[in-house]
Design a protein around this ligand. Structure first.
Ligand code: UDP
Length: 475
């Protein structure tokens, strides 16, 4: 065990000390570090808990906020986890329950650390995958704040699913009778971690109990905001035991945010992509990207390529190659069909990694064909860009429903991890939505204004952040 930076005794007498415990997966961790940065900027004393191999992921925040300390605890052994795995990217999403169960073994070392600390943290702020920290906080007699890097709609869906798991997991279609808008999802579109649950497996019990424990946290924070999903934030307020729910997103838009730790393409790619965009007419380009992890199957790649080609629309297509040991062409993961780039010529760009935020805010971009990962959703609404939704897994079906059915800022073009759209129909939707005046475009622009408003001083997110900080200061 080691603690760093300044000595514990250096904590100011008045600032509340918070232990931040991120979950080691990119999408979870970056957003919690964005929140941590905001709390540090507002003068709270912060210690971040990491295991050794994840320490370097903190480099950007530690250099930007040198007052933040670290608590480095060894990653606990788990018989089903290969030695050396400390991050979801080392094993893939199917390893979540094992990583959660392994991290839960930090309870003992953490209690020891708290007891021996001269000025221990007065609250724990931890990721929603670490719901077991709620019991830990109870034992330490301090509040625990659950952080969701996701939509509050997802938290609503999760709380219902985990509470009713024995009945709902066998239903072909799951209905949510107490949720605004009475949504329903076919079983295959419920969040992946829920579908992976296994009965009578002690690792999975840790995940399930933790998800349920999130509802009794002292507070719950979302990287979301009321203009995006006010009804669901309100619903969470009613469902949570203490009713303290804060929508503080998009965190990357909050004052002082530095988009810590984002992976940027090399500057040459960035320059040439943005220069190409500069030469395209306003609103004419479709940006196509499935996030940082998803690899499309051969059938999906062919349908998408054909749809793009026959839409006669300008586009930038990000094609990922390889994740978690998988490489292009293996395990049914597709490549760009032969001759495609020659056929589309200068009408389209195919790249490996994009400067996504810059692309979305470029005037030439008129649409985003997206898997609806939550970060992509927030970046798109902040840029006012209409989405063509193709959710594939995890929380993406829930996010797509919010965008298509609740907010009307997106058009659904396909659904499912292995499903491929009809390429003729895809070409038609791309062409009509990019060239025409579809209502989704106007709504996306209006939502952009509300998004920027939320993050400004006096807006709903910055007010919620101030309220959270005020409550924490009084602990
Ligand atoms: N991203 C990027 N360039 C790419 C692909 C992704 O900058 O070529 C960023 C994107 O801006 C977003 C994140 O990676 O911030 C993807 O997160 P999201 O939640 O949308 O999807 P995930 O990768 O978790 O599936």
């Amino acid at each position: 065990m080691s603690s760093s930076s300044s000595s514990p005794a250096a904590a100011t007498a008045t600032a509340t000390h918070i232990l931040v415990f991120p979950y080691p997966a990119q999408g979870h961790m970056l957003a919690l570090l964005d929140l941590t940065q905001q709390l540090a900027l507002k003068g709270l004393t912060i210690t971040i808990l990491v295991t050794p191999k994840n320490l370097q992921l903190l480099d950007p925040i530690l250099s930007s906020q040198p007052s933040i300390r670290t608590l480095i605890l060894p990653f606990p052994n788990h018989p089903k986890l290969p030695v050396g795995v400390e991050n979801v990217k080392d094993i893939g999403n199917h390893g979540n329950s094992l990583i959660i169960a392994a991290l839960a073994k930090l309870r003992g070392p953490l209690i020891q650390w708290f007891k021996s600390h001269p000025s221990p943290p007065q609250a724990i702020l931890s990721d929603f995958f670490l719901g077991w920290t709620n019991n830990l906080a109870d034992e330490l007699n301090i509040p625990r704040i659950a952080f969701f890097s996701t939509a509050s709609f997802l938290a609503c869906v999760f709380s219902y699913l985990w509470l009713h798991i024995d009945t709902v997991r066998h239903l072909p279609v799951v209905e949510f009778p107490d949720l605004p808008g009475l949504p329903s999802f076919i079983q295959a579109h419920t969040p992946s971690i829920f579908r992976q649950y296994r009965d009578s497996d002690s690792d999975w019990e840790v995940t399930r109990d933790g998800m349920i424990a999130n509802l009794s946290s002292w507070g719950i924070v979302f990287n979301s905001f009321s203009a995006l999903e006010g009804d669901y934030l309100e619903h969470m307020k009613k469902k949570s035991v203490h009713g303290r729910v804060y929508g503080v997103g998009p965190l990357t838009l909050m004052a002082g945010s530095e988009r810590l730790n984002r992976v940027n393409p090399d500057s040459e790619t960035k320059y040439s992509v943005l220069k190409w965009l500069d030469n395209q007419p306003e609103g004419s380009v479709l940006y196509v990207c499935f996030g940082s992890q998803k690899l499309l199957t051969t059938a999906q790649m062919e349908a998408l390529a054909s749809g793009l080609e026959h839409s006669m629309t300008r586009f930038i297509w990000v094609v990922r190659s390889g994740f978690s040991g998988k490489v292009e062409g293996e395990e049914g993961h597709g490549t760009v069909p032969g001759g495609f780039e020659e056929r589309v010529g200068c009408r389209g760009l195919v790249i490996k990694w994009a400067p996504q935020v810059e692309i979305l805010s470029h005037r030439a971009v008129g649409g985003f064909l997206s898997h609806c990962g939550w970060n992509s959703v927030l970046e798109s609404v902040a840029a006012g860009v209409m989405i063509l939704a193709w959710p594939t897994e995890a929380d993406q079906f829930v996010n797509a429903r919010l965008l298509v059915d609740d907010l009307g800022v997106a058009v659904r073009v396909c659904e499912g991890g292995d499903a491929a759209p009809d390429s003729v129909e895809l070409a038609r939707i791309i062409s009509e939505s990019l060239s025409g005046n579809v209502p989704q475009k106007e709504r996306a622009k209006a939502l952009r204004e509300k998004t920027l408003e939320a993050a400004k001083a006096g807006g709903s997110s910055s007010t919620a952040m101030d309220e959270l900080v005020e409550e924490l200061r009084h602990l």
